[in-house]
Every structure is written in structure tokens, then in C-alpha cells.
Ligand binder design. Structure first.
Ligand code: BQF
Length: 293
């Protein structure tokens, strides 16, 4: 079993980004600038946004954090999005999810200028990705593709089971893994809450991508010997022995699953850090106008 070290790979990729930022500066360009909008005081969201801002600092990007109270109206948030679309000093931006219940995330997503949509959630980028056109790829799937590539994991002709069908991970991941591309060419099955026999489907997989958000959902009896297991889950479980009162666990029962695998990602330190680093890669592409010219 080989541990896929997302933290280490992240550090390698960030070092490359930092070099490129230096070279851009040398050539007289301004540094890439990411903005993040954070609504409310969800502790997990605060921690995600903090880690994005910190990562910007690490690679020499400029960053702007726009914090708004939970009570902000949808119209007010749409105004902020329009301002960010117009602001030529901002290369790309994200609106941190989840949003409060009174705000329709689809409406906000549609208002984002696809050229600045470094999360890759806008239908323009999702559609372009699906058609195999240049697009900002959503950060988590992009991070996973980087991991598969870096560890030289063969995907062509393999059976890949994606657990979960969210718009930000499961669906795009299934599409990307099935495409005729590097780290693609898989036979993909997406399993979800209406799937008849989830365990048997997962058991047939050469590559399992777990993205359902349920702690320890994937157990050792569901894993074929030698499978590759990618754990996207970030679940908080109570743990009185930790100073924070909780610890992070994945969607995979790592302790029992790991011995059966050829490759596995840990939580924390697996997919999470690569998600944040992929957001930086998209912001660099935005600054260089690589996707939309
Ligand atoms: C790590 C996210 C669910 C819903 C909204 C490093 C992150 C997480 C873990 C991180 C996530 C998850 C992010 C680790 C961003 C990944 O060391 O394991 C970094 O910051 N993430 C998000 O912005 O929104 C989410 C998960």
C-alpha cells in the first residue's frame, strides 16, 4: 500500500506556482489576485477560506477576503458578485459554499463571470469541461487528477466507481474519469442513494472515489484487493481527546481499508490540500488568460 501524500504534492505544486509568480513579476506583470466571499460564520467555511487565503500568501498571490453577515440578502450578494465581475484588479473569485438557506446558490453561481469562475462551477465551465474544451476544472476533481498523474496510477480501461453525485465533486469526477484524456478512459459507475447494491458496485471497482460526506461509509468488505481508493470526505466527528473537541475523518474507514489497497489518500492531508492548490492553479490560469484569452 502506498499513501498518496496530498500535502507533499501540494507543496511541490505550490513551489512551481511561486516560481511562475516570480517570473511574471520579473516580466512586469502584476501578481495573480484571488478574491473570496464568505457569508456567515460557519466554522468549517471559515477554516476553508482561511486556508485559501494562507495558500495565496504562500505562492505570492494577492488575495481579498470579503466577509458578510449571515443576514445579507440575495440581492446584496448579487451586487457584490457584479462588482467582482467588473473589478479589473481581480483575476478570479469564489463564493464560499454553503450559503445561508435564503440565498439560492444557483442564482449566485449563474451571475459569476465564467472568465473569473475559478471554482469552475458555472454552467459555461461545466459545459466546456464536459465537451472537452478548455475550462476551469472544479478544484477537487482537478486535484484528484493531479494525484493520479503524479503517482503514475493507470486509469485507462479501469473500472472507476464514484460514490456520490454532487455538482462539485461526484458528477464532474465521473465525467472526467470517463473522458478520452490523460488520467481518463475509465469505465465509470456513479453510485448514489437510489443505487440498488452500493457495496457490490464498489467491490467491482479498480478505482474508488468516495465523495458522499458520510464518515466511514466505505468499509473494508466493499474493497477489491489492490484497488486505488481516493477519499474526498471531510467529516467532523466528536473527539474529547482533541483540543478542538473533534477530529476529521474521511468517507472511508481508512484503518481497515488501507491494507487492502494499492494506493490510498489519507484524511486529513489527502485530497483537501490538493483542492486548495487547484484553486491556485485556476487563479494563475485566470491571470494569464489561458482559458478565455
Ligand atoms: C486537509 C469543502 C465540503 C464542503 C465545502 C486541507 C481543506 C480541507 C482539508 C480545504 C472543502 C474541503 C473546501 C484539508 C476546501 C477542502 O488537510 O485534509 C484543506 O480547505 N477544502 C471548501 O472550500 O468547501 C467545502 C468540503
Amino acid at each position: 500500500m502506498t499513501l498518496i501524500d496530498g500535502k507533499k504534492l501540494s507543496a511541490l505544486v505550490k513551489a512551481d506556482i511561486a516560481k511562475e509568480v516570480e517570473s511574471l513579476k520579473q516580466q512586469g506583470y502584476k501578481v495573480p489576485h484571488l478574491a473570496a466571499v464568505l457569508v456567515g460564520d460557519n466554522p468549517a467555511s471559515q477554516s476553508y477560506v482561511r486556508s485559501k487565503v494562507r495558500s495565496c500568501e504562500e505562492v505570492g498571490f494577492e488575495s481579498t477576503l470579503i466577509k458578510k453577515d449571515q443576514s445579507i440578502s440575495e440581492a446584496e450578494l448579487l451586487d457584490i458578485v457584479r462588482d467582482l465581475n467588473e473589478d479589473v484588479s481581480i483575476d478570479g473569485y469564489i463564493v464560499q459554499l454553503p450559503l445561508p438557506g435564503h440565498i439560492d446558490p444557483d442564482k449566485i453561481n449563474l451571475a459569476i463571470d465564467p472568465k473569473k469562475d475559478v471554482d469552475g462551477f458555472h454552467p459555461m465551465n461545466f459545459g466546456r469541461m464536459t465537451l472537452g474544451l478548455p475550462a476551469y476544472l472544479p478544484a477537487t476533481p482537478q486535484g484528484i487528477l493531479h494525484m493520479l498523474k503524479h503517482y503514475s496510477i493507470e486509469t485507462s480501461g479501469k473500472k472507476c466507481v464514484v460514490v456520490g453525485r454532487s455538482n462539485i465533486v461526484g458528477m464532474p469526477m465521473g465525467i472526467l474519469m470517463s473522458q478520452k484524456r490523460d488520467t481518463g478512459n475509465c469505465t465509470v459507475t456513479i453510485v448514489h442513494s437510489r443505487t440498488k447494491n452500493v457495496a457490490d458496485e464498489i467491490l467491482s471497482a479498480d478505482i474508488v472515489i468516495a465523495a458522499i460526506g458520510r464518515a466511514h461509509f466505505v468499509t473494508a468488505d466493499m474493497i477489491k484487493k489492490g484497488a486505488v481508493v481516493i477519499d474526498v470526505g471531510i467529516n467532523r466527528v466528536d473527539d474529547a481527546s482533541r483540543k478542538r473537541g473533534y477530529r476529521l475523518v474521511g468517507d472511508v474507514d481508512f484503518e481497515h481499508v488501507a491494507p487492502k489497497t494499492s494506493f490510498i489518500t489519507p484524511v486529513p492531508g489527502g485530497v483537501g490540500p490538493m483542492t486548495v492548490t487547484s484553486l491556485l492553479l485556476n487563479t494563475l490560469k485566470a491571470a494569464k488568460k489561458e482559458i478565455y484569452g
